[in-house]
Design a protein around this ligand. Structure first.
Ligand code: FAD
Ligand code: AMP
Length: 480
């Protein structure tokens, strides 16, 4: 006999596990099917984000940042260490511990909220019907009043550089190197390429990032993107724009290496690396997610088609997270999970897709939300901007962390803040202040009239708001 639930969620990444917990909190009898499992056949929750994405990458970014600071900046503070070395095995074991703590934490939250975890591969069979195939091949069918699809995404592979998980790896393999490669190639200067390139560069790799596009970080404000490129290049990343990888071959000589062929403005060239990371984007996991008889609508990119409330074309079937349109970011999926759960419980919750913050966790961090100056111009909305550099902040100077700036984009007619871009230490947390401000439709004047504690990095945001109307205090070049 099949088990009956109010809600069955397929996938336990940030979109799926958050949806499951919120459904259970609202009194819905909820199950979550997850195919990721431990050696003992227990489901491992948390998806890409907790297992091979946000969390392990941040653990390695934090370790490598400390190492880089020790080598490059501690002496400026009068701190010297006779010897410094990176123990890659110890770094990985700390990272794995953090991951284990969090994935077990989700299992604990499921238990605490009475979500039934089910190990296996889930398939949508039809309205209210989910098939589950266990590790031993055993099949079962679950019945549910509502199904939430949250199977997430996986790395895109490209024919010029097939993954062999030895010399050519994807983002998952790049979180598992057992030593620091001397020459590291990265294909793709997107968020993942820059973060993983930074990790290994700080630990001593010579990192070359090959990016097909001429523009660096096209989603970012142009002057800010140029500044980010300058800062990252100064740190040692060799970022080559307008460089398209067309092939690769493995040299299995004494020291195995990868020879990459690429085309740039000057023609065809080769580069030799000890390891190559392919970081050219991610694609939704939608193949085999639904029985063809179910009739689930999937677009040409493999995204499950949904409306603004994440409803699919099938009644009582929803889809959230990386599986659907919008930026592939954990917090976007989490908010969608909450929205679907709350709407199932009769609430009128919505997601504000205009305000999805984006962060690149390099150092300094690069963070943005809302509209850029160019986007405002393209939309025909007159805007004014205010910028302020971290170099003029006492706190940034004291911390020896003066790279970057804050830029606010403000609608001229209303003074309402429409966008914010930040490059700087702690940019992710500083940006969040402006995301809250934008959610509350704050004006530049609202921020300018708010008292900020001194000395704090957030004063740079305050000064940027003052600069919108030409009266930043710690800036010589004032507008009149
Ligand atoms: P996923 O996390 O991909 O989870 C989907 C789950 O569904 C998986 O556990 C999978 O095993 C399971 N599943 C799939 N099919 C089935 C099936 N048929 N049956 C059962 N289970 C199934 N985002 C950020 O916001 N911040 C970051 O700092 C960040 N850093 C990242 C760093 C890296 C290296 C990578 C790769 C990604 C990063 N991301 C980051 C992106 C983030 O990981 C994703 O946006 C997020 O995980 C998407 O959540 P999701 O729940 O939609 O899918
Ligand atoms: P993202 O989608 O943000 O993860 O970034 C992936 C990046 O990889 C994009 O900027 C693409 O332009 C880049 N890219 C994709 N294919 C290639 C290729 N063959 N050579 C170089 N860069 C590539």
């Amino acid at each position: 006999m099949s088990q009956q639930f109010d809600v069955v969620v397929i996938g336990s990444g940030p979109a799926g596990y958050v949806a499951a917990i919120r459904c259970a909190q609202l009194g819905l009898d909820t199950a979550c099917v997850e195919r990721w499992r431990s050696e003992s056949n227990e489901p491992v929750y948390g998806g890409t984000c907790l297992n091979v994405g946000c969390i392990p990458s941040k653990a390695l970014l934090d370790t490598s940042h400390k190492f880089y600071e020790l080598r490059r900046h501690f002496a400026d503070h009068g701190i010297t260490a006779k010897q410094s070395a990176i123990d890659v095995a110890a770094m990985m074991s700390r990272k794995n511990k953090v991951v284990g703590q969090l994935t077990k934490g989700v299992a604990g939250l499921f238990k605490g909220n009475k979500v039934t975890g089910i190990s296996g591969v889930g398939t949508l069979l039809g309205r209210g019907r989910v098939g589950v195939t266990g590790a031993d091949g055993a099949q079962q069918e679950l019945r549910a009043s509502h199904v939430i699809l949250a199977s997430g995404s996986e790395p895109v592979a490209i024919p010029p550089a097939p993954i062999d998980n030895e010399l050519i790896v994807d983002s998952t393999g790049a979180l598992e190197f057992d030593s620091v490669p001397q020459r590291l190639g990265v294909i793709g200067a997107g968020v993942i390429g820059l973060e993983l390139g930074s990790v290994w560069s700080r630990l001593g790799s010579q990192v070359t990032i090959l990016e097909a596009l001429e523009d660096f970080l096209p989603a970012l404000d142009r002057p800010m993107a140029r500044d980010a490129l300058k800062i990252l290049t100064r740190q040692g990343l060799d970022i080559r724009l307008g460089t398209k990888v067309s092939g690769s071959r493995i040299d299995k000589g004494k020291n195995s290496s990868v020879i990459v062929t690429y085309e740039d403005a000057e023609g065809s060239k080769e580069a030799v690396f000890d390891k190559l990371i392919v970081a050219v984007g991610r694609r939704p996991v939608s193949q085999d997610l639904a029985d063809s008889a179910a009739g689930l609508a999937i677009d040409g990119k493999g995204l499950v088609e949904v409306d603004e409330f994440c409803a699919t074309n099938l009644p009582d079937v929803y889809a959230v997270g990386d599986l659907v349109r919008g930026p592939m970011l954990a917090h976007k999926g989490m908010e969608e999970g909450v929205m679907v759960a709350e709407r199932l419980a009769g609430k009128k919750t919505q997601v504000n897709y205009e305000l999805v913050p984006s962060v690149i966790y390099t150092h300094p961090e690069i963070a943005w939300a809302g509209r850029t100056e160019d986007e405002m111009k393209q939309a025909g909305v007159e805007c004014i901007t205010g910028s302020f550099a971290f170099a003029a902040s006492g706190r940034a100077l004291a911390a020896h962390d003066t790279d970057g700036s804050v830029k606010l984009v403000v609608e001229k007619a209303t003074d309402r803040i429409a966008g914010c871009q930040i490059i700087g230490a702690g940019a992710a947390d500083l940006l969040q202040q402006m995301v809250i401000a934008m959610e509350f439709s704050a004006s530049a004047e609202d921020i300018a009239l708010t008292m900020f504690s001194h000395p704090a990095l957030s004063e740079v945001v305050h000064e940027a708001a003052l600069a919108v109307h030409g009266h930043a205090i710690h800036k010589a070049n004032r507008k009149r």
